[in-house]
Design a protein around this ligand. Structure first.
Ligand SMILES: [Zn+2]
Length: 205
């Protein structure tokens, strides 16, 4: 894009960092490089995240999932791709039915596709077996209640190594339902990859 076009667009629609509100870019290098990816353990399976679901990282997740900011999603995908576990397939955790209805898009799809492109993986979408029986709203975050729900994959994985991708890992219940679906399809789970997690709920530090 010609610089003066970018400048004109910036006057019309000023851009600022989703995490720290610094003007001029959708997600600034300071924030991106400040998040140090770390790996936690979810019942023996590694979960890699950029940090806790709070502050600037929470605002960034919301820019992706609520506002569909594709520039932010692209930058997060580029940040997560190098720390993604080695796998041949990326499995996408599905959105709640109400979330998809409300927003009409699913940012985890974009995120997973961005990471998969960089890492040469195929992407597969998990599906809920049945319609959700109940959905609860929590104060800050819509939570998928999965106590009596299971997920499945339409294709077979025949010994493939798989990474499971979501935006935020909350209770871990959804993550473990995804693991069961991957194993049922014949795959091995190499790990989870998410933007953030909620330590108080997952109990992971
Ligand atoms: Zn920033």
């Amino acid at each position: 894009m010609h610089p003066w076009i970018a400048e004109a667009l910036d006057v019309l629609w000023p851009v600022q960092c989703a995490a720290c509100s610094t003007p001029a870019t959708s997600l600034c290098d300071n924030c991106l490089s400040g998040w140090e990816p770390r790996t936690l353990d979810v019942r023996g399976i590694p979960l890699t995240v950029l940090g806790d679901y709070e502050g600037g990282l929470r605002d960034t997740v919301l820019a992706c999932k609520e506002h569909g900011d594709s520039s932010v999603v692209g930058k997060i995908a580029a940040r997560l791709a190098p720390v993604c576990p080695d796998a041949t397939a990326a499995v996408i955790v599905p959105p709640s039915a109400s979330g998809l209805r409300k927003r009409g898009f699913h940012a985890v799809d974009w995120l997973a596709r961005g990471i998969a492109r960089k890492r040469g993986m195929r992407t597969l979408r998990l599906r809920f077996d049945t319609a959700p029986r109940k959905e609860q709203k929590t104060r800050n975050l819509e939570r998928r209640v999965t106590a009596d729900r299971s997920m499945r994959l339409r294709s077979r994985l025949a010994g493939e190594r798989v990474v499971i991708i979501d935006d935020v890992v909350t209770t871990g219940t959804t993550a473990l339902a995804a693991v069961r679906a991957v194993r049922d399809a014949g795959g091995t789970v190499a790990g989870f990859l998410a933007i953030a997690h909620t330590p108080r709920r997952t109990g992971l530090g």
